[in-house]
Design a binder for this molecule. Structure first.
Ligand code: FAD
Length: 476
C-alpha cells in the first residue's frame, strides 16, 4: 500500500498512526515539534499531555469516560496501552506519569516498522499526491495551516476560541418550577414555540445570584491566549460586574415569557435553557459562557430556581481552541466533504479532552486504513461511546433554529447525554429492593447504557480485532 500521511503527533495523531500501521498500511507522521513549538507544549515527545496528567474516570460500569477507555482498549489503542503501563495512583481515575507516558508512545511509534516520523511543520493543506491524509494538529494548530484550513472550509467554519456555556441534563431540571416556551412564542424553522426551558427568578433571587457571580472565583487567561472577548461573548460574571441590571437586560431578560406555573406574576429575570442535542437529553444555558472555576459554577448555577439539583454534562469555559465546524464540513467518516481522502481527527474536530481526541484519532485511523485497503468503512454503532462521540461531531448536534447562521456547535467531552436513550421499560426495580428512587434509576440507566455500549462495541470490532491489535508490543 502507499502511505497515509498524518499531520500532528499529539494524542489523536499518534493513535491514528498506530491504528493505520496495525492494519498493515504504512504511515508518514509529520510532527512540527522539534522544529517549531506551540505555546503550550514543553517537549518534543509525541502525545505530550499539555496540562493535567489525568485521563479521568476509569469506571467502565457507569461512567461515560470509563466506557470510552474500555472501548479503546478493546480496539487495541496505543494511547490506552501506554497509559495503563504508566499509571500512577489516583483513586478511581486513570492518571499517568506524563513523561513516562509520552516517552512510551514516542518509543512505540518509533519502533513500528510501518511508521516513519518526519519532524516538520506542514504549512498548507496536504498536496494532492497525498491522496489519503489525516489532519490532527489539535487546539494549537500552527497559524499557516489554520489559515489554509480556513480558506478551504470558509471563514465561519474555523473557530479560534471556545466560548462554552454550561450544559445540564434535561432530566435533572425541576419542571415543577420551570416551563417550556420560546420568547413571544416565536416559532422558528423546525421549532414549536416551546423550544426553551425557562427558569424564573424574583428580585431577591436575582440580586443574590448577581452577588454570587461577582464574588465567584475565576480562572485567568494565559498570557499567550490574549483576552478573547468580543460582542455577544462576554463571560456572564463580567456582564454581572458591569452593573446590577446588565444581565436582566441581556441574557436573563424576562420579556415575552409567561410563567406557566404562575401566569399572573411576571418573573423579574429568566434563565433560558436551549436544547443542545438532537436527542433532547441536554440543554445549554443560553449566554452563560464563563471563566468561573468549575467548583464555583456548580454551586452558583444551582442557585437558579429549577436547577437546584441540576447535573452538568459540561461546565462552561472560554479557551484558546482551534476547531472546525465539523457537523457542517465533515462527513460521517470524518472526511472533509470538499476534499475526498482528507480526514480530520482530535480536538480540531470539536471533541474535548485527551481521551476523546485519541478516540477520534483511533476512528480516523481505522477509517483511513479501510479506505486504503478498499474495504467498506463501517462506523461504530451509535449506542457505543465511539458512535455517540462521532455523532456529536459529524452531525448529531442541533443547529440553532432561532438564530440562523450563528454557530451552535461547541466542543464536548463524552457524556451519557450523547448516547441514545434505552428502550422503554429497560429500567426496572430490582427484586427485593424496597425503595427505588430517582438517583437509583439514574445509576441503573448509566449502567445499562455502559453495558450496551461495550457489548455493541465488541460486536462492531468482531472477535479477532482487539486481540490482533493488542498483540503489538504496546500492549505487552
Ligand atoms: P495535540 O495533542 O495538541 O496534538 C497536535 C499536534 O500537532 C502537536 O504535537 C503539534 O505540535 C502538532 N502540530 C500543530 N500544527 C502542526 C503543523 N502545521 N504541522 C505539523 N504538526 C503540527 N484536555 C484534557 O483532557 N485535560 C487537560 O488538562 C487539558 N488541558 C489543556 C490545556 C491547554 C492549554 C490546551 C490548549 C488544551 C488542553 N486540553 C486538555 C485539551 C486537549 O484534550 C488536548 O489539547 C489534547 O492534547 C488534544 O489532542 P490532539 O491530538 O487533538 O492535539
Amino acid at each position: 500500500f502507499s502511505p497515509i500521511h498524518i499531520i500532528g503527533g499529539g494524542l489523536a495523531g499518534s493513535e491514528a498512526a498506530w491504528q493505520v500501521a496495525q492494519a498493515g498500511v504504512p504511515v508518514i507522521l509529520h510532527e512540527m515539534r522539534g522544529v517549531r513549538g506551540t505555546d503550550a507544549h514543553k517537549t518534543d515527545g509525541l502525545a505530550e499531555l499539555v496540562c493535567s496528567n489525568s485521563f479521568r474516570s476509569d469506571d467502565a460500569t457507569s461512567n461515560a469516560v470509563g466506557v470510552i477507555h474500555a472501548e479503546m482498549r478493546l480496539a487495541g489503542s496505543l494511547i490506552m496501552a501506554c497509559a495503563d503501563r504508566c499509571q500512577v495512583p489516583a483513586g478511581g481515575a486513570l492518571a499517568v506519569d506524563r513523561d513516562g507516558f509520552s516517552d512510551a508512545v514516542t518509543a512505540e511509534i518509533a519502533a513500528h516498522p510501518l511508521i516513519t516520523v518526519v519532524r516538520e511543520e506542514i504549512t498548507g493543506l496536504p498536496p494532492k499526491e497525498w491522496d489519503l491524509a489525516v489532519i490532527a494538529t489539535g487546539p494549537l494548530t500552527s497559524p499557516s495551516l489554520a489559515a489554509a484550513i480556513q480558506s478551504e472550509t470558509g471563514e465561519d467554519s474555523l473557530a479560534f476560541f471556545d466560548a462554552i456555556a454550561p450544559i445540564v441534563y434535561r432530566e435533572t431540571v425541576n419542571m415543577d418550577i420551570c416551563w417550556y416556551q420560546s420568547r413571544y412564542d416565536k416559532v422558528g424553522p423546525g421549532g414549536t414555540g416551546k423550544d426553551y426551558i425557562n427558569c424564573p427568578m424574583d428580585e431577591a433571587q436575582y440580586n443574590a445570584f448577581v452577588d454570587a457571580l461577582v464574588a465567584g472565583d475565576t480562572v485567568g487567561f494565559k498570557e499567550w491566549e490574549g483576552t478573547p472577548y468580543f460582542d455577544g461573548c462576554l463571560p456572564i460574571e463580567v456582564m454581572a460586574e458591569r452593573g446590577r441590571e446588565t444581565l436582566r437586560h441581556g441574557p436573563m431578560k424576562p420579556m415575552g415569557l409567561t410563567n406557566a406555573h404562575n401566569p399572573t406574576v411576571k418573573a423579574y429575570a429568566v434563565v433560558q435553557l436551549r436544547q443542545d442535542n438532537a436527542l433532547g437529553t441536554l440543554y445549554n444555558m443560553v449566554g452563560f459562557q464563563t471563566k468561573l472555576k468549575y467548583g464555583s459554577q456548580a454551586e452558583i448555577f444551582r442557585m437558579i430556581p429549577g436547577l437546584e439539583n441540576a447535573e452538568f454534562a459540561r461546565l462552561g469555559g472560554l479557551h484558546r481552541n482551534t476547531y472546525i465546524n465539523s457537523p457542517l464540513v465533515l462527513d460521517k467518516t470524518l472526511t472533509l466533504k470538499s476534499r475526498p481522502g482528507l480526514r480530520f481527527a482530535g480536538q480540531v474536530t470539536g471533541c474535548e479532552g485527551y481521551v476523546e481526541s485519541a478516540a477520534i484519532g483511533l476512528m480516523a485511523g481505522r477509517f483511513a486504513a479501510a479506505e486504503r485497503k478498499g474495504e467498506a468503512i463501517v462506523p461504530p454503532p451509535v449506542t457505543t461511546a465511539f458512535g455517540s462521540l462521532l455523532g456529536h461531531i459529524t452531525g448529531g448536534h442541533l443547529v440553532s433554529n432561532d438564530e440562523p447562521g450563528k454557530r451552535s456547535f461547541q466542543p464536548m467531552n463524552i457524556n451519557f447525554g450523547l448516547f441514545p436513550d434505552l428502550e422503554p421499560g429497560s429500567i426496572v426495580k430490582p427484586e427485593g429492593v424496597h425503595r427505588f428512587r430517582g438517583k437509583d434509576k439514574t445509576i441503573m440507566k448509566k449502567q445499562l447504557m455502559a453495558a450496551r455500549a461495550l457489548s455493541d462495541c465488541a460486536s462492531w470490532l468482531g472477535p479477532d480485532d482487539g486481540s490482533a491489535q493488542a498483540s503489538g508490543s504496546a500492549a505487552s
